[in-house]
Design a protein around this ligand. Structure first.
Ligand code: PLP
Length: 385
């Protein structure tokens, strides 16, 4: 929520900037605790959604671990104080350097995505005299029904080990002396808006769990990934995702043996709603068919609209009687640098402040210097006077 006091206090900062409401984050974290951690589930936060140290501190303090997809993220997680035993490493293209960094930190688990990767990790583990835990990222062929760029669990996607390769992997594992298979891992996609794909995932996970254990392996970790969507249309009404319903699917459908623990990797659902991108109108430009509002934030600060055709809610902080339809566009020299088309807003003037809501996930982390833009510093609710 951006209340009136916050909006007044934000006027002093040069735009554009990311604004984080830490109270929203804390309220979200306490729901995750209630519906997951308190039931004995483990949650790792996907750093790729937001690797801001101050945000990570809140998340770590809430008892959540770190899910990393690069050496840089592992280093950031360690610096921020995550215990290596709470760090997992995923990704379809782990480089040798990144694997070695993870080995030297003795992280909890590598989520492996191919036969060749398992061999490489084993070889590097031999070299460093380590025996890391590994989990197999399996492709469950479940359609997450989300944008094609953020669908990851179909056979045609680059992620995970496909079913037809599973026996090859299981036959190979006993010969890999320096890796320890501890679990299976899935991640079907991001911004998943219905719970149905998760029900299907539970079924697949149960089958694969039973199959692999029937082959004589012991799986202690069943990691079902993340991807739970947030409400971009109504960020205030639904500020906290329905964790009760999401985790409830697993309470009901996942079949765990007594030696098994359920793990999750949430990114967007934890941080999405606590962030806003604050910007100002630079110019209003009436056109023959359209009215443009050119703002000082662009795809360099929030690329989701340009990359995934995402629509973020906009708040305008003024009270005028008139409204108008606008295309709200950024300053970057790309035709895809558009935040909203044909949106009804109060009549805008140069200097008006706007908040582009739900920017806490995949916002600041995807910031770029394209057009030689300068990186923007965040502002936190705790620091507002
Ligand atoms: C991106 C990612 C996540 C988190 O996805 P969200 O949609 O932000 O919840 C979890 N696990 C893996 C392996 C990922 O790549």
């Amino acid at each position: 929520m951006l209340n009136k006091e916050a909006v007044n206090a934000l006027q002093q900062y040069p735009t554009p900037f990311y604004y984080y409401n830490l109270d929203t984050l804390r309220a979200t974290l306490s729901e995750v605790k209630k519906h997951a951690l308190d039931k004995g589930y483990r949650v790792h936060f996907a750093l790729k959604a937001n690797f801001n140290a101050r945000i990570l501190n809140e998340i770590r303090n809430a008892g959540i671990g770190a899910d990393c997809v690069s050496g840089g993220e592992i280093a950031r997680a360690v610096e921020t104080g995550f215990n290596p035993s709470e760090i997992v490493f995923a990704g379809v293209g782990k480089s040798d350097d990144e694997i070695e960094l993870a080995l030297l930190h003795d992280i909890f688990c590598f989520n492996c995505e191919s036969v060749q990767e398992l061999k490489v990790i084993n070889g590097l583990a031999v070299k460093h005299n380590k025996k890391p835990n590994v989990a197999l990222r399996l492709n469950p062929d479940v359609d997450a029904k989300t944008h094609k760029y953020i669908t990851t669990g179909l056979n045609e996607n680059k992620f995970g080990i496909n079913e037809e390769d599973l026996d090859t992997v299981l036959d190979l594992l006993p010969s890999l002396s320096n890796v320890e298979l501890i679990g299976i891992h899935f991640h079907i996609g991001s911004q998943v808006e219905s719970l149905e794909p998760y029900r299907q995932l539970c079924k697949r996970a149960n089958q694969l769990n039973a199959y692999i254990e029937s082959k004589g392996f012991t799986l202690t970790v069943i990691n079902v990934g993340g991807g739970l969507g947030i409400n971009y249309q109504e960020p205030d009404q639904k500020a906290i995702p329905d964790f009760e319903a999401f985790f409830g699917v697993y309470d009901e459908l996942i079949e765990l043996k007594p030696h098994q623990q359920l793990h999750f990797e949430l990114g967007r659902a934890i941080v999405g709603q606590c962030g806003s991108l604050i910007t100002r109108v630079l110019y209003t430009k009436p056109g023959r068919t359209k009215n443009f509002a050119v703002i000082d934030a662009g795809m360099t600060e929030l690329i989701r609209p340009a990359l995934y055709q995402a629509e973020h809610a906009l708040n305008v902080f003024k009270t005028t009687t008139g409204t108008q339809a606008y295309d709200v566009v950024g300053p970057i020299c790309e035709s895809s640098d558009v935040f909203r088309t044909d949106i009804m807003l109060p009549e805008l003037e140069r200097g008006d402040m706007l908040a582009i809501r739900s920017s806490g996930a995949y916002g600041e982390v995807m910031q770029s210097e394209y057009n030689l833009r300068t990186r923007r510093k965040p502002v936190y609710s705790d620091d507002l006077k």
